[in-house]
Structures are given as structure tokens and as C-alpha cells.
Design a protein around this ligand. Sequence first.
Ligand SMILES: C[S@@+](CC[C@H](N)C(=O)[O-])C[C@H]1O[C@@H](n2cnc3c(N)ncnc32)[C@H](O)[C@@H]1O
Length: 304
Amino acid sequence: MSSQDTDREKQQYCEPTYALTNKKNEDYPFDAPSIDQRLTPEQTKTNLANKIRKLLEEYSHIPQEEQSKHVHSIRDQAFAIRAYPCTGLGVWLIPYISLSPAYATIVKRLQGGDSMVDIGCFVGGDFRRLVFNGAPLESMVGVDLVSHWEVGYELFRDREKFRARFVEADLMTVEEDSGLQKLKGKMDIIHISAVLHQWDWDAQVTAVKKLILLSKPGSLVVGHQIGNAQARHVQNPALKTLLQSRHDPASFKEMWRQAGEETGTKWETEAWLRSWEFMGLDAGNTKWMEPGDAILDFVVTRLS
Ligand SMILES: C[S@@+](CC[C@H](N)C(=O)[O-])C[C@H]1O[C@@H](n2cnc3c(N)ncnc32)[C@H](O)[C@@H]1O
């Protein structure tokens, strides 16, 4: 195998190939022409669009009539960095973290001085949501393999006031990366959304063990990923993915049991499958998914 092949394999392992090139003008259904539905309460059966508008208006001081143009310009900037489907479809605007059963606990724990890291933080939208809801930002650290942090300042117009830290690093390098090493054993809350599903079972177990390195007894690991009503491996044809593991709540729990056993730690795992509708997505947004796919929402607590 040439060193170029090895590099390519390594790259596929730390992030998915479908995100790596700018897919504009190619046959790739995620460079959506309009993401206005994210801002349109009549088009989402939940209150999510109103929450998005309110954050942009009251936190970022962007008047309602300017919001559509603004979010489309941000979407294009982010899509040029990495071509994730959720980037193209404006899914990053949806305040998923606030739907977590642990959300009130997270806000309270941050107010009490807990630390939090967001792995795959993208533009830092979940942190802005928490700050808007009264959490202090002093102990927040965003981590992403590739920085979208500047785009986050543009999106939220808060360069002067948003002082959370950002580390550009690959989760898989916790033991080697100097920025990540500083977080080892120190994080009270670990958030990871729409990241783990990019890997197969073994790589997800490896990634979970990296998260465990950041944790300490009492830590919470919260987030969501694409799951399925029945645990399975998929190779999505629209994205031409490598094998990816889609968990149901039982297999997700088993993955944490395995990772806990291999690291000498104990975890309580709760996971729920949520409908696309509950998460603010419609059939058009999810037509490229596998049958039975849904969102798997999780709260995992370190017992010892
Ligand atoms: C699909 S986006 C999800 C963004 C955000 N968490 C959300 O839920 O909207 C995945 C993010 O994870 C980042 N990412 C992918 N692989 C990573 C890795 N190995 N280490 C750190 N970040 C990673 C990507 O760069 C991207 O910003």
C-alpha cells in the first residue's frame, strides 16, 4: 500500500469522505437552494423555527427581515469548508440540545461551575443556545477537526462577547494532541452530536473510549446521532459512505458497556429514538436516509 493510500485511509477514518469536497454543481442533493423552512414556523410542527428566530433577533440582534439572507450566506460559507448534508440543509440552525432530556440539568450544572466540551462543535450553535438560556461560557471548550469557529462569529455576530475556547483537533488524537491532552479527565459535560454515526461499530467504540478519556466520575455525555429502529450497518448510496453503524437504543447501550469494560469505567446509558418530525425535519430533508432511520438521542452518565 502506498503512503498516499495510507493517508487516504487515515483521513476516511477521522472524517467521512463525502464531507471533504465542495459538492456545488455536482449531483449531490444537499446544497439546498433554500433553507427558509428553518425560519418558518408554519413549516415546522414544533416551536423550533420560533426559537431560531428569537436567538438571531435577541442574541445576535439580526432583525427578522434580514435573517433569511444572513443564514443563506452563512450556509454557503460553511458548505465551502465541509459539504455535510446537515450543513447544506441548514440543520445546524435547529436547537437540538434544548430538546435533550438533560438540557435543564446541563444549564444548571454549568451555572454551578461545571466544564463542558462540545466535540464536533461546528459553528458553536449549541454553546450560543446555552449562553442565551443563562449558562456562563467561561468553562466551554469547542473541539472540531476543522474550524468553522470564524463562521460561528459571523453567524451570531458576537466576536466581542463570545469568549469560549476552541481547539482544532481530531477527537481520535486525545492522547497526542496538546490541546486535547489538557482536557483529559477534566470534562464534566461532554456533548457530541451528529459525529459518532459517521463510523462503523469498531471506530465508534474507539471514539467513545476517547470521550471516556476526557471524563471523570459524574460526567455526562449527551447528544444525538442517526440511529435506526433496528441496529444495523449501512452504506448509504447517496453519500457513498464506508460502513456506518446505525444504533437502536439497545446496541448503543451495548457499545457503552463494551467501551466501559475496556476502560475500567462504569456508565448508565439512556437512549431514545426520536421521529424526524419531532426534530423539526420533513420528508424532503430525510429522503436520502435508510428505511427505519431516526434520530437517536442519548444521555450517558459515568458512575465510576
Ligand atoms: C455533521 S457535523 C455536526 C455539527 C454539530 N455537532 C451539529 O450537531 O450540528 C459534524 C462535525 O463534526 C466534526 N468532526 C468530524 N469528525 C471529527 C473528529 N474526528 N474530531 C473532531 N471533530 C470531527 C466535523 O468537522 C463537523 O463540524
